[in-house]
Design a protein around this ligand. Sequence first.
Ligand SMILES: [Fe+2]
Length: 185
Amino acid sequence: MKQVKFKQMKEGDKEDYLLLKQYEDKYFKGTADRIIKALKHLDTSLGGYQVSRLEHSLQTASRALRDNASEEMIVASLLHDIGDELAPENHSEFAAAILKPFVSKKTCWIIEKHGIFQMYYYAHHYNYNKNERDKYRNHPNFQDCANFCEQWDQASFDPNYETVPLKDFEPMLYRIFNREPYSVK
Ligand SMILES: [Fe+2]
């Protein structure tokens, strides 16, 4: 494998950086494959629920699919908890950062804020403010985020639900993550 000549970035010349660009372009095309791998990993995270995190993610995306959501919203639903493993304290932001270059600002916002909106269903049991989401009450995406949580996310812990398998979502993942980055407004 060809390598650059430099040992410090500032020593690199145009030839070096054009070489790196070739590797980068090839590597970026594998993003969807790496996301699928990360999703499969969710099978072992967070115990105590009746379904695994992967099953929960698939269920959330299945409901979005069956409600005729947009393709990017279905993919966002599938990824919304992908940060649980590496960023449990800010998993919403983690998922939003992955999606950001490939989806609309609105879809990104819904995923970024879903953790706060989701508190509505459980926070009072820990003596936290369940209405934390109210600070976004006047935001244009408030209702869509509330709907995401109510209809898809909080409802998707059901071991008896007929979940769509990951394989069926893969073509959508490839389409979304092969979009030109930041081309969707
Ligand atoms: Fe979730």
